[in-house]
Design a protein around this ligand. Structure first.
Ligand code: ATP
Length: 945
């Protein structure tokens, strides 16, 4: 009978599988023959260490373990829970499971007892050799024919599954004669009856229940080893897949196998169904669906270790053992990559019993060879043989980690009850017995999750960068806010300061106004007081002239004077207080003194009211006095006015050639003036010159006007002139010329200076004090003919001084004099003509005495044309002065040519013939006769003189 290999479940399922290749790196320990673990891996891979404070870290493996006393050791089993890394011995656990009699056995072996007797409580198995002899074997678990699938799972596989979930590799393997229930134990899907579910399905249930979806992963590969070829049960087209071993770690992997990530139990069951369908099976005498391949379910679990509060904190160490600044404080992620192998071995069989032949025979031989190889390895491991023939078959290579490796391994050996197969059963039992002697060095498959750490660090870095950017932005926003707030605050301060400044300014203006008002009132009071004083003085003067009743007024005036002095004292006191207020206001801040100043102002106002009342009283008295002396006062004023308008000098005359204002007065006026002068002379004596002169500097312009008039009248008297000059009157008059804005004052002052200038000594003083310059400036500025008349009169007087000729001319006296002819007023022109005549007379005198040699300065300054033009002026005062001047100029031969050229010769001839004054007419005749130039010219003109 030929055996044909068929797919065990009759073809592929309908599950679509997406192949996914996952890269896996871990660090297994190789197991030497003595069962001690040796560290594997290169010297650069990090290992997990722990700090004394309980913070595990990863250090380079090249560093000496002794370099730190805290080298973390991998935990395994109970040792793993103690936190030690060192692999610890863990014997292969072996359970024996007895399959119940099948239908055939029930029939054929009905008269025979089972070849085995199980003592599950004692975990013993008795193998009957015959009816009287048996051998007893101890197992880790003895599972009777009635043991449920659940029970089998819990005692065989569950501890291994739990170990896998803790990070250890695990292997659950079934070994036994064909048809004894290996596939039943491992691969039963239990689709119809859940209680039938085998170890594969139950293991996955527990794994899926334990992992954290989305974080942990479970992937499955399903392979079969058939005829020394690794095939992918999930992708049957993948054949002869290579088995690779990490040369450093010895870890076995099948990178070409399909890996499917399991999300749920049902998909896994469908996956198993697909794989099972792809498994080679054959119908043998012993098993209608005998597996002809070793099926290997590879479940890879990747779990992230969830660090609980208080657990050690991992820090990544650099090559030099120092922690990275970036990673300090970050809990290093640890992942555990473990794998679970569930191996459903093909059944061992005796070819003769199984009836295998042909290809099936070849399959059987291959199966037996691989199982034999496995047995040899287990024997070697069990006997601590120095050589373990792992490479004798692919099965042993695949199971390298399961026996003598780092995995926790649980083996279930399945046996049948039939005495006909005692030999195979015994062989199976012995296989299990030897396997129980194999010690693995289980090792925690925990590793540092670089990728995860990198991701976490990147995430942390991103978070820190984002946080940094957020903080920078927040800081910038804060700075903007701060700047805005500062700006707003500054604006508020500025507005507040502006308001305060405005308020202070308002208060200040009010205060200043109040002070100004007060000052104005005080000044007004002062003016009134001075007027009163002046009137009192006038009254006093009038009274003392004897024109009215002196005694009656004297007493009143005395009273008034006393009152005035009293008022003066009050005013002085008020002014002092006002100054004090101003000083106080400027010294202290205005704000703090407003109230005080207001109070002081109230007091001042009160005093001012008192002053006003006193003033009203005084005014009432003065009005009364005025009524009584009005006639006298009016007359006195009129006299003064007339006197000033007439120049104040009556005694000057052209004929006398004396310097003075040449205005003649009628006799009756002369008498009146003389009377006034007498009166003024008395006032002069009684009041005192100094007091009168002091009034020239009075702040009251009216007082100054009256005072300068009085001084001018006094100066008209030769007897007073010296006293006036000695008392500083000349200086005061010149000051008025210089500084006074009032035309009247300047006019009268010029008249006074003119009167003083009648005296030769005074003339020199006037020149010495810059008087000619002041007079010239006054002449330039003035338009009033009377002012010009006074100024011209003063200069004319100065022109009569022989010693002052040069200086007067140099300081612009002649030009000023000639400039005033613009007025065309006869009074002015008369004074100009008088000045020219005086000047010419002095020059003539100088020429006669020999100290004047040059041409006339009058001619030099351009006076000749005007002289010639006005020599025959209709106004006799002008005409006479000019005629006289021409005569004096003509007396000096050096002027003759200019006179001739200027047309003066004809005027001289006319004067010599027509002048009404005989003395002038004679002078002209003498001059014409004496001058050769004139004579020559007359001859040239055929004029006989
Ligand atoms: N414990 C058991 N209870 C009931 N039936 C069982 C038990 N064990 C095995 N059987 C049955 O025995 C038969 C053979 O079992 P199974 O195929 O699992 O044997 P096997 O060891 O896998 O054989 P092979 O090595 O040839 O594949 C099956 O029909 C199975 O249902």
């Amino acid at each position: 009978m030929a055996f044909t290999s068929v797919h065990k479940n009759g073809g592929g399922g309908g599950v679509t599988i997406t192949p996914r290749t996952l890269l896996r790196v871990d660090r297994p320990l190789s197991v030497n023959s003595s069962g001690s673990a040796a560290a594997s891996g290169n010297g650069h891979k990090p290992v997990v260490t722990a700090t004394p404070a309980g913070s595990p870290s990863v250090r380079p493996k090249s560093a000496s373990p002794s370099s730190t006393a805290y080298h973390r050791r991998s935990s395994s089993g109970s040792a793993g829970k103690n936190g030690f890394e060192t692999a610890v011995p863990n014997r292969v656990r072996v359970a024996v499971r007895l399959r119940p009699r099948n239908a055939e056995e029930l029939v054929s072996d009905v008269d025979f007892a089972d070849c085995v007797e199980l003592q599950p409580e004692l975990k013993r198995l008795k193998l009957r050799k015959n009816n009287w002899d048996c051998e007893t074997y101890q197992f880790d678990e003895v599972l009777t024919e009635t043991s449920s699938q659940k029970r089998v799972y819990e005692v065989v596989a569950k501890p291994v599954v739990e170990s896998v979930l803790e990070g250890y590799n695990g292997t659950v393997m079934a070994y036994g004669q064909t048809g004894t229930g290996k596939t039943f134990t491992l691969g039963r899907l239990g689709m119809d009856d859940c209680s039938d579910r085998g170890i594969m399905v139950r293991a996955m249930e527990d794994i899926l229940a334990d992992i954290l979806p989305g974080e942990d992963t479970v992937t499955v590969s399903y392979l079969q080893l058939y005829m020394e070829s690794v095939q992918d049960l999930l992708a049957p087209e993948k054949d002869n897949i290579a088995i690779t071993e990490d040369p450093k770690t010895g870890d076995v992997s099948v990178p070409g196998a399909t890996q499917v990530q399991i999300q749920d139990q049902s998909s896994f069951v469908r996956l198993l169904d697909v794989g099972e369908a792809n498994r080679f099976a054959a119908n043998t005498k012993l098993n209608t669906e005998s597996s002809r391949s070793h099926a290997i379910l590879l479940v890879q679990v990747k779990k992230t270790v969830r660090v609980k509060a208080g657990d050690r904190e991992l820090i990544v160490l650099n090559e030099n053992g120092t922690g990275s600044q970036l990673t300090k404080g970050i809990r290093a992620p640890t992942i555990r990559r473990s794998k679970l192998l569930i191996v459903d071995l093909a059944g061992s069989e005796r070819v003769d019993k199984s009836g295998s032949e042909g290809h099936t025979l070849e399959e059987a031989k291959s199966i037996n060879l691989s199982l034999t190889a496995l047995g040899k390895c287990i024997n070697a491991l069990a006997e601590n043989s120095p050589h373990v023939p792992i490479r004798d078959s692919k099965l042993t290579r695949m199971l390298r980690d399961s026996f003598g490796g780092t995995a926790r391994t649980s083996l279930v050996v399945t046996i049948g009850p039939s005495p006909r197969h005692r030999g195979e059963t015994s062989s199976t039992i012995m296989f299990g017995q030897r396997a129980m002697k194999v010690e693995n060095m289980v090792k925690l498959k925990e590793e540092f999750d670089y990728k995860s750490l990198c991701r976490r660090l990147e995430t942390e870095l991103d978070r820190l960068v984002a946080e940094n950017e957020r903080q920078i932005k927040a800081r910038e926003d804060n700075e903007d806010d701060s700047a805005r707030s500062l700006e707003e605050a500054q604006q508020c301060v500025f507005e507040a300061e502006s308001k305060l400044a405005s308020a202070l300014e308002v208060q200040k203006v009010r205060c200043q106004k109040a002070v100004a008002d007060m000052k104005q009132k005080l000044e007004a009071e002062c003016v009134l007081r001075k007027k009163l004083e002046k009137e009192v003085k006038a009254i006093s003067l009038e009274c003392e002239t004897g024109k009215e009743e002196p005694l009656e007024y004297s007493s009143k005036i005395m009273g008034l004077r006393l009152s005035l002095e009293k008022e003066s004292q009050k005013r002085e006191h008020l002014e002092q207080e006002l100054r004090a207020i101003k000083s106080e206001a400027s010294r202290k801040s205005l704000n703090g003194n407003l109230q005080k100043q207001s109070d002081e102002l109230l007091i001042l106002r009160q005093r001012l009211d008192d002053e006003l009342k006193d003033r009203e009283r005084l005014e009432e008295e003065i009005r009364s006095l005025k009524e009584q002396v009005s006639l006298l006062s009016d007359e006195g004023d009129e006299h003064t006015r007339r006197m000033m308008e007439k120049g104040g000098s009556e005694r000057s005359s052209i004929g006398s050639e004396s310097p003075g204002v040449s205005i003649s007065k009628p006799n009756h006026m002369r008498d009146t003036i003389n009377g006034q002068r007498a009166t003024i002379a008395k006032l002069f004596e009684q009041v005192g010159l100094h007091k009168i002169l002091s009034l020239l500097e009075s702040e009251d312009v009216d007082v100054r006007v009256h005072a300068v008039k009085v001084v001018a009248n006094l100066a008209a008297e030769e007897a007073n002139q010296e006293k006036i000059v000695e008392a500083g009157g000349l200086g005061s008059l010149l000051n008025l010329l210089q500084s006074s804005e009032d035309e009247t004052i300047r006019r009268v002052a010029a008249g006074a200076v003119a009167n003083l200038a009648m005296n030769e000594t005074n003339q020199e003083l006037i020149m010495a004090q810059g008087g000619i310059g002041l007079l010239a400036r006054t002449a330039d500025d003035a338009e009033d003919p009377q002012t010009l008349r006074m100024v011209a009169g003063a200069i004319a007087n100065l022109c009569g001084n022989d010693k002052l000729q040069i200086k007067l001319r140099e300081e612009g006296g002649i030009r000023a004099l000639l400039g005033m002819v613009r007025s065309r007023h006869p009074d002015v022109l008369a004074q100009v003509a008088r000045g020219i005549a005086n000047f010419a007379k002095c020059e003539s005198r100088g020429a006669a005495q020999g100290y004047k040699t040059g041409r006339s300065l009058l001619i030099d300054d351009g006076a000749l044309p005007w002289i010639v033009a006005n020599a025959n002026n209709d106004a006799s005062p002008i005409r006479r002065h000019i005629e006289l001047a021409l005569c004096h100029l003509a007396q000096h031969e050096v002027n003759a040519k200019d006179l001739v050229a200027g047309g003066a010769l004809w005027e001289l001839v006319r004067i010599s013939r027509e002048c009404s004054r005989e003395d002038i007419r004679n002078l002209a005749q003498r001059t014409l006769n004496a001058s050769g130039t004139f004579q020559s010219e007359l001859r040239r003109l055929h004029l006989v003189y």
